[in-house]
Each structure stands twice: as structure tokens, then as C-alpha cells.
Design a protein around this ligand. Structure first.
Ligand code: ASP
Length: 343
């Protein structure tokens, strides 16, 4: 008989862990000693499950790089003792946290599944029940004694996604997450159907924890008529090392000389500017498809390919934290380090 998988569930906060306090009628975080009362069917899962709370519990809007490092460290410290990890997290910034964990945990060979819910666990119609149960089941799944999905993922409403490919695009629907540029890793119906061809393989290299994230970055989202002074104000930010430039379509931007010269000045000053499209679907930056993107290339803006803004933020913070030179940074933005881009 194969050993039961051991799963560590880490509760960080967010809607999923809320219960209605019958006295005050207000939603309050509940403590996980009560989890088996809430989810008695947890006992039926063929895995040994442990729970741990990361205190203080937070609304995920309060997530930050320091929190990502703490979470990655917690996983790293428990890595040998468990077969998989489930992180219960608020949905609002879950895609950023998943992306950050992908970079902080190099050579990951066990599942780290983030999940949450749109309705609290203590509400009758909650989506949290299904999300937790399936996440644990997926984290515990093995094929020829190896973890089925040895990567950082987000599980939400019957779908398993690569963590650095996903974005939240709905605050109301239960299927709140999508991944337009990379297929789902699994779909859950009567059976769990794994999309093996798109799942990363395990590695024999030891897990390496990275703990340095450099926050000296910014995002500029283009819009027609973008204010020059506002853009310049971003580029004069002290210590700024890199900017995610959210462009139009396949990576296009206004061709007006005064717009281009602001970017050129920034690039010449040593700020790395990464071209990431605002388009979710089919969204890869194709430099040179239109003349307007060619101009960006000419002045030294680098292509983000089909990376999400969330993953671009995490990747830049990670690469800068590694102390890379600008040239190295530009090079690695074009390399798929954790399956975050299609190249
Ligand atoms: N504001 C909550 C959070 O992100 C929403 C949620 O959990 O879905 O923590």
C-alpha cells in the first residue's frame, strides 16, 4: 500500500476563512481548529492533512513582497515533511502571490496550490468548500509515485492553472480566474483530467529558496492621451530600476516623438522598460508587427512576450533582487524561467 500523501494547508486570510458570527451578524475570520466541523468530508480525503495559520491573517490587498518571502520560507522549511501544499489566500492578489512563489521557489518538485473563494466558507452557497477539497486532492495526487502537478498553481472553480499565467478578471462569478495564454493544467468534473503535456516535470535538483525581492519597479498603463508629466514623474522616482509598460494590442504605443523621448531618456538612464500588452487573450508582444512597436524596440524597450502583468512584476522584483546587471535583466526577461512566457 503506498503511503498516504501528507499535505500542509496554510491559511493566510481572505474571504474563504470567514464565518458569520451569529451574535453580531458580521463576517469574521474563523480558526482552523473548527475546520472539520465546517468540512466533515475532509476526513474522507485519502491524505494526512495538517493546518497552519499565517498570523496575522490578512485581506490579500495587504499582501506584499515581505509576505511572499515569509510564505515561501514557510513552504521551504516544511518542504521535506510534506508531499504538497495548499495555500488559502484572498483572491484579489492571488495571481501576484502565485507568481512570486514561482520565482522564489526554484526547482520546485511538489505541488503548491493556491485557492480561495468568492463566498466565505461559512455561507451555504460557498464555492470555498469545492475549492479546498479539490485543491487538497490535487496536491495529494501522484502518478508513479511522483506528484502529479509539481508546480505553483491556482485552483479555482473546477480549473487548475499555472500560477504565473493567471489573472483575476471577475469579482462576482465563481470562475473568477483565467489564463488566456496557457492551457489549464487540469479540469475537474466527475474525474480530474490532467493536461499532462502542459504540466512541468519534477527535477532532481534541490529546492532553492530565494529571499530577496527588489521593490524598485513601477507599472505604467498606456491610454490615448497619456499625460507626459505623469509619466515623467514615474521615471524620476528615486531608485527606480524597472518599469512594466502596459501597451496596446501586440505591444504598440503612441509614436509621438515627445512620448518616445520620455521612454528613451528613461532607458538611457538605466531603467529597464518591459513591454507587456494590455490584451489578455492572444496577448503576446510582437515587436515590429506594427511600426509603433518597432520604435519601442529601437530605443531599447524589451519585449515581455506573453507574460501577465502580475508575473512581470514578480519576475522583475526577483531578478532585481538577484542583483543582476541591466543587460542580464533584459536577457532573462526573454527567457522562460518558470514557464511564465512562451518563447
Ligand atoms: N478582499 C478579499 C481578499 O482578497 C477577497 C477574497 O478573498 O476573495 O482577501
Amino acid at each position: 500500500m503506498p503511503n498516504k500523501s501528507k499535505i500542509l494547508v496554510i491559511y493566510t486570510g481572505g474571504t474563504i476563512g470567514m464565518m458569520m458570527n451569529p451574535e453580531t451578524n458580521a463576517l469574521e475570520p474563523f480558526h482552523f481548529e473548527d475546520i472539520y466541523t465546517q468540512l466533515p468530508m475532509l476526513r474522507l480525503i485519502d491524505a494526512e492533512i495538517s493546518f497552519i495559520e499565517m498570523l496575522p491573517l490578512i485581506d490579500s490587498s495587504d499582501t506584499n513582497p515581505e509576505f511572499w518571502v515569509l510564505l515561501a520560507t514557510l513552504i521551504y522549511e516544511n518542504y521535506k515533511n510534506y508531499d504538497g501544499f495548499v495555500v488559502l489566500h484572498g483572491t484579489d492578489t492571488m495571481a501576484y502571490t502565485a507568481s512570486a512563489l514561482c520565482f522564489l521557489l526554484e526547482n520546485l518538485s511538489k505541488p503548491v496550490i493556491l485557492t480561495g473563494s468568492q463566498l466565505p466558507l461559512g455561507v451555504i452557497r460557498t464555492d470555498g468548500r469545492e475549492n479546498i477539497l479539490n485543491s487538497i486532492e490535487i496536491a495529494a495526487a501522484k502518478k508513479t509515485d511522483k506528484p502529479r502537478v509539481p508546480e505553483v498553481c491556482i485552483y479555482f472553480e473546477q480549473s487548475l492553472f499555472r500560477g504565473n499565467r493567471v489573472y483575476k478578471d471577475n469579482a462576482e462569478h465563481f470562475n473568477a480566474f483565467h489564463s488566456a495564454n496557457y492551457p489549464k493544467l487540469a479540469e475537474v468534473g466527475v474525474h480530474i483530467k490532467y493536461n499532462d503535456a502542459f504540466i512541468r516535470s519534477t527535477t532532481d535538483h534541490l529546492l532553492k529558496l530565494h529571499t530577496q525581492l527588489d521593490e524598485n519597479i513601477a507599472i505604467i498603463k498606456l491610454y490615448p492621451g497619456i499625460n507626459k508629466q505623469a509619466m515623467q514623474a514615474v521615471f524620476v522616482t528615486e531608485g527606480l530600476r524597472a518599469v512594466v509598460l502596459e501597451t496596446f494590442g501586440s505591444g504598440n504605443a503612441p509614436s509621438k516623438p515627445e512620448f518616445i523621448s520620455i521612454l528613451e531618456e528613461a532607458v538611457n538612464k538605466g531603467i529597464v522598460v518591459v513591454n507587456v500588452t494590455q490584451c489578455k487573450g492572444g496577448g503576446t508582444v510582437e515587436i515590429g508587427r506594427y511600426g509603433t512597436s518597432m520604435l519601442l524596440k529601437k530605443i531599447g524597450v524589451v519585449s515581455g512576450h506573453d507574460i501577465t502583468t502580475e508575473a512581470a512584476v514578480a519576475k522583475l522584483m526577483y531578478l532585481l533582487g538577484e542583483g543582476l546587471s541591466n543587460e542580464e535583466l533584459k536577457h532573462y526577461m526573454g527567457v522562460s524561467l518558470r514557464g511564465e512566457i512562451t518563447v
